[in-house]
Design a protein around this ligand. Structure first.
Ligand SMILES: Cc1cc2nc3c(=O)[nH]c(=O)nc-3n(C[C@H](O)[C@H](O)[C@H](O)COP(=O)(O)OP(=O)(O)OC[C@H]3O[C@@H](n4cnc5c(N)ncnc54)[C@H](O)[C@@H]3O)c2cc1C
Length: 422
């Protein structure tokens, strides 16, 4: 597979490997998730944290995320997680300017049935004191003058949603975690956990072993392969995932609300004067990690217009100006989905003190703060404080971790995930 390798400079200080022999907690993977977990652990008073990243911090999926921060869900636990995430993003933005724009979001309804579905989201958010309301197509038109609203019956408006720079967010987590004692070591490839009597005692890397009490697998789309080395099942699989970046457009402004059009499986937002328009496609294309060139750092897959074109047509229907607008790039980056498009946040049933936070199913940036916090509290205080059954590894059996099953199953997951907020 041909890929574009992009030279990309990460905002944080480069960190070279100097492996300690011992620490309390090892985090595998320095993406937005591993960085958030380290941030929370150190904030809760545990400085004894080493994050091991085989490439550079943020070089996996995180750097090319669209960075949308969402608040809406039909599930009360998810709403709580999203709320914690959004407040952490706002907090970090005050200290580090991470590009947080609380511009709000509209979720569009093309049918009365879709509008009816929004009732569950409204109820769930209102029960938790969050703001969300139904608005008319005219209101949508006022917020998004570039949009064709003729076929809409209404929309849901969530003023607390927004967008952030995912690389800057990751850098901010790292910077503060480092200030609080965590160490981030780049260029260290974790092979597997080391265990005795079915409990973690360390990790084995390409540069030697580190003794530790707890391992947290935050290796994104690579988490499954690392898990398998210890017979830990982490069912997830990468698919191609897209957004297009356009040239500048009239009527697009920086604080324009982000939008999601679930009936067309598209979403979008402003990006440097143009639009970022993405899709959650049907029949998504699975990506075999062994076929990616190594190292796959700050890298993308080839543009795939055959796959994206039906969604570009939906985008043109929604925003007619796109028909005559130049496209700067079609970003195609792999992202891992689980067999139900939910994340995995659990201690592995097979191995004590082996925790997993992976398979974020295209909402890793938005869930990083909340899920990182839940996991850190679980590790350090013994109680995550929330019912996490929705994210339990035990919702799947070993048969769901077979590659042939996953390759078939994940094809439907982006569009399934997108139908109604999870
Ligand atoms: C096109 C696109 C748009 C998206 N838009 C959004 C959005 O708007 N909002 C949102 O919330 N999410 C979005 N996402 C999803 C989001 O980007 C991901 O869910 C998130 O970045 C996952 O973070 P992570 O830390 O789990 O994975 P990664 O960022 O991939 O980090 C995992 C890290 O582990 C490292 N690693 C792997 N193996 C090893 C090993 N053996 N040893 C050491 N290190 C290892 C990797 O190098 C990598 O840096 C989007 C994704 C894509 C592709």
């Amino acid at each position: 597979m041909i890929v574009f390798l992009l030279l990309f400079s990460f905002g944080g200080t480069p960190v070279s490997a100097d492996l300690p022999s011992e620490t309390r907690i090892v985090v595998i993977g320095g993406g937005v998730i591993g960085a958030s977990v380290a941030w929370h652990l150190t904030r809760l008073g545990c400085p004894d944290v080493v994050v091991l990243e085989c490439g550079q911090i943020g070089c996996g999926t995180t750097w090319h995320s669209a960075g949308n921060i969402i608040r809406m869900s039909t599930d009360p636990v998810a709403v709580e997680i999203y709320a914690e995430s959004a407040s952490i993003v706002a907090e970090l933005d005050q200290r580090h300017s991470i590009g947080w724009r609380p511009c709000g979001r509209v979720m569009l309804a093309r049918t009365e049935e879709r509008l009816k579905e929004f009732d569950i989201i409204i109820r769930t958010l209102h029960e938790q004191g969050a703001q969300v309301e139904l608005i008319s197509p005219e209101d949508v038109q006022n917020k998004l003058p570039i949009m064709n609203t003729d076929d809409l019956v209404g929309a849901l408006w969530s003023p607390g949603d927004g967008r952030v720079d995912p690389t800057a967010l990751t850098a901010a987590y790292c910077r503060e975690a480092k200030q609080n004692g965590a160490r981030f070591l780049e260029g260290v490839n974790v092979k597997q956990a080391v265990s005795r009597a079915n409990a973690v005692t360390g990790v084995d890397t390409d540069q030697g072993q580190i003794r530790c009490e707890v391992v947290v697998n935050c290796a994104g789309m690579w988490a499954r392969d690392i898990g398998l080395k210890n017979n830990v099942d982490i069912p997830l699989y990468a698919v191609e995932h897209f957004y297009a970046l356009t040239e500048s457009l009239v009527d697009v402004y920086p604080d324009m609300p982000t939008f999601r059009d679930p009936d067309g499986l598209i979403y979008g937002r402003e990006e440097v004067g143009g639009l970022l328009v993405g899709c959650f496609d049907r029949d998504a294309l699975p990506v075999r990690l062994s076929e990616l060139p190594a190292p796959f750092e700050f890298a993308l897959l080839n543009e795939n217009w055959d796959q994206f074109m039906p969604y570009m047509e939906q985008a043109i229907l929604r925003i007619p100006a796109l028909a005559d607008c130049g496209i700067r790039a079609l970003v195609n980056g792999p992202e891992s989905f689980t067999p139900d498009a939910e994340a995995h946040l659990d201690e592995a049933p097979e191995l004590k003190n082996y925790f997993v936070l992976a398979g974020l199913s295209s909402s890793g940036v938005t869930r990083s703060g909340g899920m990182g916090g839940v996991l850190a509290r679980w590790i350090l205080e013994g109680d995550p404080g929330l019912d996490l059954s929705r994210y339990s590894l035990k919702r799947f059996g070993p048969e769901h971790n077979r590659e042939d099953y996953l390759r078939r199953r994940v094809r439907d997951m982006p569009s399934a995930h997108f139908g109604l907020e999870r």
